[in-house]
Design a binder for this molecule. Structure first.
Ligand code: SF4
Ligand code: SF4
Length: 202
C-alpha cells in the first residue's frame, strides 16, 4: 500500500482498527487525490474544490450522526493549535491576503516551537497569525485542517494543553487528501517559506 500522510486524528483511529479498515481509508484518500489531479492543475482552484467536497461531507456527517457542535462565532481555542497548510491552500490564501502584512515576528517564533511550546506557551504566542479580533480573518479560505476541527464538548478542551476535538472521518479523509496533494507544512513555516521565495525572485 502506498505510503501517504495522514492527519493526526486518522492516525489515532487507525491504531485502534484492523488493517482492512486502514486499506479502505487509504484507498478513499488516494481516490480523492487522483480525481482532483485529473480535474485540476495545482493551485488555488484545486484547494477550493477540495474544501467544497470537505464541507459537503462534513455537513452530511453532522446531520447523519445528529452531532450538536459547540463551535460558534468567537470560539477560537482551536486556533491556538499547530495547523497544517498545503501549497495549493497557500496559493488560495495568497490570492486573498497580502502575506507581507502578517506578523512575521510571531511566525518566526512559532516556526521554532516544540510540541511542548504549542501546549504550554501563553495564548498570545500560540494564536494563529490569521486570528484577528477573536475570529478567523480568512474563514472562507481557511485550511482543510481547520475545516475538520469541530467539537461537541466544552470548548476549553480545544486548547492545545488538552487537545480534544471530535472526529468526523469524512472530513479527515478529505483533509488528508488535501495535504497529500501538495506538500503540507505548519502555517508559520509555509508562509515564511513563501515570503522568502518571493523575496529571492525579486
Ligand atoms: S473546535 Fe472547539 S474551540 Fe474550535 S470552534 Fe469548535 S468548540 Fe470552539
Ligand atoms: S486559519 Fe483561521 S480557523 Fe485556522 S487556525 Fe488560523 S484563525 Fe483559526
Amino acid at each position: 500500500m502506498e505510503k501517504i500522510w495522514l492527519t493526526n486524528k486518522i492516525t489515532g483511529v487507525l491504531k485502534q482498527r484492523d488493517p482492512v479498515f486502514r486499506r479502505v481509508v487509504v484507498t478513499e484518500i488516494l481516490s480523492i487525490i487522483n480525481d482532483m489531479k485529473r480535474r485540476f492543475s495545482r493551485g488555488a482552484n484545486r484547494a477550493e474544490a477540495l474544501h467544497k467536497v470537505q464541507d459537503e461531507k462534513t455537513t452530511e456527517a453532522i446531520t447523519k450522526h445528529l452531532m450538536v457542535l459547540s463551535c460558534k462565532a468567537g470560539c477560537n481555542n482551536c486556533c491556538h493549535q499547530p495547523v497544517i497548510l498545503s501549497n495549493d491552500e497557500m496559493d488560495l490564501i495568497e490570492s486573498k491576503v497580502d502575506l507581507s502584512t502578517l506578523d512575521k515576528i510571531k511566525m518566526e517564533k512559532q516556526r521554532d516551537f516544540t510540541e511542548d511550546d504549542w501546549k504550554h506557551r501563553p495564548k498570545s504566542e500560540t494564536a494563529c497569525v490569521f486570528l484577528k479580533d477573536n475570529a478567523c480573518s480568512i474563514y472562507d479560505v481557511r485550511p482543510a485542517t481547520c475545516r475538520a476541527c469541530v467539537y461537541t464538548g466544552d470548548p476549553e478542551h480545544c486548547l492545545p494543553s488538552v487537545g480534544k476535538s471530535s472526529i468526523i472521518m469524512e472530513a479527515e479523509v478529505v483533509a488528508s487528501a488535501t495535504n497529500n496533494i501538495s506538500e503540507p507544512d505548519l502555517i508559520p513555516i509555509k508562509i515564511l517559506k513563501r515570503l522568502m521565495s518571493k523575496a529571492e525572485s525579486l
